[in-house]
Each structure stands twice: as C-alpha cells, then as structure tokens.
Design a protein. Structure first.
Length: 283
C-alpha cells in the first residue's frame, strides 16, 4: 500500500513558515499584497479565486481584485496591468488564464513586471526557472510538485524522474526544477514513443498530461513515487487525476491523491511567492 503524499500536510508546513514571514513584514509596516486579475466569471476561475482569497486571508496577505468583463478589450487589461506594475503597494499579481479569445495572451505575459509575476507566466520567470537567476517565480503548480516531494523527504538527487507533459504551466518548469535538484529527468510529450516503458523506468513519475485516467498500471513500476497533477471530473462528478489511482496505488511506494495532492498545495505556494516578492520589494 502506497504512502499518500497529502498536499494539505505539505501546505500546512509551508503556511507555518509563510505566516512567520508575514509577521516579520508586519513589524516593518508591510502587508504583502496580491492583485488578482479576472476576466469574466468562469467557474474554474471563481473556484480557484475563492481558494486564493481564503488562503491569503488566513495568512494575513491582502488581495486586491481587478475584475473585467469577459468581453473587455485588450487595452482595458493592459491598463490594469500598468496600474499593478506601478503600484508599489502591490507585490504580486495572479492573472486567470486562459484569457478570452480577443486577448493576446503573449502581450499580456510580456506586460507584467517579472518581480510581481508570482505565478511564473512571464518569459523572465521561465528563464529564471531555467537559469536559477532568482528573477520571477516558477509556476505555482510546478513548484508544488517539487515542494510536496521535498516535504515528504523523497530524495531527488541522482533519481530517474519521468515527467509526462511539457506545458509551460506544469511539465516543462517542473522538469527544470527537478533537474536543478540533480534528478535525471526525461520529459515526454504527445509524440513520445513507448510511454509506458519510459514511465516504468523512473524512480519518480510526474504526470501532467491533462488526460483523465490515461496512466494505468502498465506505466507504474513497483516502489515508484507517483505525482499526479491532473484534475478532472469523472462520470459520477467526482474529482480524479491523469493516473488511474486504483491501479497505481497498490504498486507505487507513494502517490499524490486527487483531490488532496498537488492541487491542495498551489495556493500555499502562491502565498509564499507573494511574501517573497514583498520581502524583495522591501530590501
Ligand atoms: P496541457 O497544456 O494540456 O499539456 C498537456 C501535456 O501533456 C502536453 O505537453 C502534451 O504534449 C502532453 N501529452 C498529451 N498526451 C500525451 C501522451 N499521450 N503522451 C505523452 N504526453 C502527452 O495541460 P497542463 O496545463 O500542463 O495541465 C496538465 C494537467 O494538470 C491538467 O489535467 C490540468 O487540469 C492539471 N492542472 C492542475 C493544477 C493543479 O493545481 N493541480 C494546475 C494546473 C493544471 P504536447 O505538448 O505534445 O501536446
């Protein structure tokens, strides 16, 4: 039976550290502040926003919402980003994506000040993940994959890690962060041949494929650690991941459940990034 790698436990440990940092900032009269930019009322965005608001409130981080209509023009969003970039009282910015079709996502990503890019959407942040330059931040979900392994004391150095997925939001930055921990990383994409074999050869398997239940028992090796980033809803309306949990859990040594795994950590990682940005701004 596999150990469950629970996001809530890893998040609690991170939150404790973040709360101490917030208290230290409060002594200097600084309240870490996150701008949240949302266009329209997508249920996914609203649900994540509630999680972010809740987490920030518990940690003493202020949230400044910037809400635009789903059909607002590019210029309106750019004006909001300019305001956020220039506001010294705002330390971080979360923009809900995907953005509506009339918005040029690339231009938006380029417009945000990298030092406020707490969810790793700018090229500067992604370059920072690549080079370790300390500019910007890794995307929160990618960071959460590594943090959850760290929290449970799962060693990465010298380990073979297979990452399924290469999106800029999860797979690619997760692979880079794991590489920086001296893991030997294989990154897979939709054209990868013999995926099950590449999955089985890993000590640690990170799945960010966006395909419900696509990874089954044929991809899991005995003793493997499995991090499932996928979030889906099954036929019964229950949340599930990219990995078929019932097949993987008896074989793996440890696995993140869905829900309650990586997804349960992301708002805590975001909060930690906001506090980090506040500390840097105060220096
Ligand atoms: P995405 O943009 O759709 O990327 C999926 C990646 O998987 C792509 O790189 C794709 O390859 C690769 N892929 C697809 N089929 C494959 C196959 N048969 N073999 C190998 N690779 C394959 O998805 P994403 O944004 O990275 O998100 C991945 C999952 O994580 C989704 O389920 C999403 O809901 C979830 N997610 C969770 C959180 C959280 O907080 N837990 C946050 C964000 C996302 P190509 O590049 O070749 O197309």
């Amino acid at each position: 039976m596999a150990t469950l790698l629970k996001g809530a436990q890893a998040a609690a440990a991170l939150n404790e550290k973040t709360a101490a940092r917030v208290a230290a900032l409060a002594e200097k009269g600084i309240v870490p502040t996150l701008a949240v930019v949302r266009m329209g009322e997508r249920e996914d965005d609203l649900s994540y926003e509630r999680g972010v608001m809740n987490r920030c409130a518990k940690l003493g981080i202020a949230v400044k919402p910037y809400l635009l209509a789903a059909d607002a023009p590019q210029a309106a969003l750019m004006a909001v980003l300019e305001e956020i970039n220039e506001d010294a009282g705002v330390h971080g910015c979360l923009i809900f994506r995907p953005l509506p079709a009339q918005i040029d996502d690339k231009a938006v990503r380029a417009a945000l000040a990298p030092e406020k890019d707490v969810d790793g959407i700018t090229d500067a942040s992604l370059a920072g993940v690549f080079t370790g330059s300390g500019v910007g931040y890794a995307p929160c979900t990618a960071q959460a994959c590594v943090d959850i392994l760290d929290h449970y004391g799962i060693p990465l150095e010298g380990k073979r890690v297979t990452v399924v997925g290469r999106s800029l939001v999860v797979g690619k930055p997760a692979a880079m962060l794991l590489d920086r921990k001296n893991a030997t990383v294989t990154m897979c994409n939709s054209r990868t041949k013999d995926l099950p074999q590449l999955c089985r050869q890993a000590d640690i398997l990170v799945v960010a494929m966006g395909k419900r239940g696509a990874i089954g028992g044929d991809c899991i090796a005995p003793g493997q650690v499995v991090v499932d980033v996928g979030i889906h809803t099954d036929e019964d309306g229950k949340l599930c991941g990219d990995v078929r949990f019932a097949e993987a859990e008896p074989v793996a040594s440890a696995i993140t459940p869905v829900p309650g795994g990586v997804g349960a950590m992301t708002t805590s990682v975001l909060a930690a990034h906001v506090v980090d940005a506040s500390e840097k701004a105060a220096q």
